[in-house]
Write a protein of this length. Structure first.
Length: 276
């Protein structure tokens, strides 16, 4: 039912300089697979088959990754090295890819609005590939959210409890608890100080958005950091109708930070790569 997934991938990746000077941060490999491919595989596992990328200058490697490399295919055809291409071939078979460029960096909300041309008037998933979400053996985080969407038909954000001193790194929600791990959002603040934070429930980079978000984003003034914030638009959407927040099952690694990236690498090496 939800066919499209939007990937805002225009950000600079300054925390990983110099590695990200000429390489997109989304192409950093966790063991042998680029971060963005984990996100695409998660979306495919949730039944989505159209991947929409909001890219920027210097991000061509992402476009190339989701295309055939004719030379490489030709070079290793029939050799025992072909198996190394299995995972990306599967991805290419199962999904189509569209791209548009965000010309100026004006925040996550602006990136999502830039993607409107690829999404149109239908509900869609959003994956921030910095957040690597794994649920070994169980439903992918996006698949869990699609199930909920079928029930509630409104925007859904993934959340996780964080220590009180970490709220400044996230959008933070407050809401009425409907059942274990599910909240109806009534407040949402982008990167609040611990004093301002309405709870310790932080938004993680997985969303399902209904398309009315685009009109709301068009009217959303710059917020935290002078950027157009998705969090502010979602609060408006919650006031207009309904936004749910869902404490997902699985593990999330903050691969936008060096510590989280190393933790993810160790975890994937031990639990996924070696287990193959
Ligand atoms: C973005 C969102 C924030 C969310 C976070 C999840 O922030 O603006 O609300 O909690 O992603 O990773 P960023 O990390 O891009 O600064």
């Amino acid at each position: 039912m939800i066919k499209k997934c939007l990937f805002p991938v225009a950000g600079y990746g300054t925390r990983f300089l110099p590695a990200t000077k000429s390489m997109p941060k989304e192409m950093l490999p966790v063991v042998n697979k680029p971060l963005v491919q984990y996100g695409v595989e998660e979306a495919i596992a949730a039944g989505m088959d159209q991947m929409a990328f909001v890219t920027g200058r210097g991000k061509r490697a992402i476009t190339d990754h989701f295309d055939i490399s004719y030379e490489l295919e030709h070079q290793i055809a029939g050799s025992n090295k072909e198996s190394y291409l299995t995972s990306i071939r599967e991805v290419l078979d199962k999904a189509r890819f569209t791209m548009t460029r965000q010309r100026e960096m004006k925040g996550l909300g602006h990136a999502i609005l830039t993607g409107e041309t690829l999404i149109g008037n239908e509900p869609f998933g959003v994956v921030l590939s910095d957040d690597l979400c794994l649920n070994n053996g169980g439903d992918s985080v996006m698949a869990q959210m699609v199930k909920l969407y079928k029930q509630f038909r409104c925007s859904i954000v993934a959340i996780q409890e964080v220590p009180a001193d970490q709220t400044e790194k996230y959008g933070v929600i407050a809401g009425e608890s409907l059942k274990d791990g599910l909240y109806r959002v009534d407040d949402m603040i982008e990167k609040p100080s611990p004093e301002e934070a309405p709870s310790n429930l932080a938004i993680i980079g997985r969303y399902i958005l209904t398309p009315d978000i685009f009109d709301i984003l068009r009217d959303t003034p710059p917020g935290k950091g002078g950027e157009i914030q998705l969090t502010d638009a979602l609060l408006q959407q919650a006031k207009n109708g309904c936004v749910m927040a869902y404490k997902f099952e699985g593990r999330r690694f903050d691969c936008g930070s060096v510590d989280g990236f190393i933790e993810a690498t160790n975890f994937v090496y031990e639990n996924v790569y070696k287990a193959q």
